[in-house]
Design a protein around this ligand. Sequence first.
Ligand code: ASP
Ligand code: MG
Length: 439
Amino acid sequence: MKIMKFGGTSVGRPERMQHIAAMVTKETEPVIVVLSALSGTTNALVEIGELIAKGDRQGAKKAIDKLEAHYQTFISDLLKKKKTLDTAKAIVAEHFEFLNIILKISFSEALSKDILAQGELLSTKLFCVYLEEKGIEHQLLPALEFMSIDNNDEPQIGSIKVKLTQLLKQYKSKKLFVTQGYICRNARGEVDNLKRGGSDYSASLIAAAINASVCEIWTDIDGMHNNDPRIVKKTVPVEQLSFEEAAELAYFGAKILHPASIWPAQQYNVPVKLLNTMQPEAKGTTITEKAGSDGVKAVAAKDNIIAIRIKSSRMLLAYGFLRKVFEVFEKYRTPIDMVTTSEVAVSITIDNDSNLKKILKELEPFGSVEVDKNQTIISVVGNQIAQTEDMVKKLFGSIMNIPVRMVSYGGSPHNISLLVPAEFKTQILQQLNKGMFGL
Ligand code: ASP
Ligand code: MG
């Protein structure tokens, strides 16, 4: 069995949805199709939730009506037969009635999650109506019946496996299944989600749970590129990556794949393929246990980084100092990305500033604390890059004019990270493209 996950732009227009229906029915192997919401929908639902939370019911009502009108146009372009169009109209009416009811009751965090879930519920149901119109046999698998997270918002892979296997057993003769990405139930049994962009994560969890032959992530670009195509003119897709390399790239800025979606596939050894819906014949990127080749594969950038330097003469020859510093970040549940140390100072980076003030206050007793906001991490990723001949020379040779704030080398054999002020991001990505990839 294989997994085919399609993102928002792959289902965002009626003709695209029709196109992917044709794609998934060509498969010989049984398929579980995992869908995102139509592009723009989750953003609209976030806005609706925020308006309701603020008490702006009129504004929320307007936004709900606008979104409903979008779906009405969508289904009338998607479907040709009266019977299926009526079914789709009833589905749209049901989900927007739900949103209109929420408008009338008092707002809560749990309700906001219910609002966010409507996008994937709608996209999958409408896709199924289209399959029905085309006479294509299929089965909808409600994600809320098997996808779950625990008290720490971590997916419960064991339980997902048991529930999904049981569900699939009921439909032994079927070959095409459709389910929602992103949505799940939490430990209290409420509707919840795997955070923004989480449909990739759903796909990978499902692939792991059923031991799929492959987890295909279909988007609108032909795989992971060696550099950010939005910033650098000439980029090329990377054909083969190891799970480790892909995880570094996804975490450090390559927007194509949700970073959390690597571990389930890696743990259950399911290959992941990043493919392009608009260009299905393109090779894309294959992510497996093996790296394919050694050397530098790609660079990625992660924005909105804050660097904190703690300088203290007490650090000299002391032990336990770093633990005390790290404990402050742990206390405020703030992950640290990069760390560099000298004998009397430590620099670390974070990307979550929600508790920055409190963190700085608690760091004060340790020594002098300096903060640099608006930094960017540039990650150079590849297999065994540290051992690649001339790599360091090429890397630093191509960025000599750029003020580098931190360098992290040796933490992993697959990554070298540099911290630079955000205003140098475009320049450094361009210079690295030339210096390291000759592009
Ligand atoms: N629809 C959700 C979002 O926009 C999940 C996803 O598309 O991956 O974040
Ligand atoms: Mg996505």
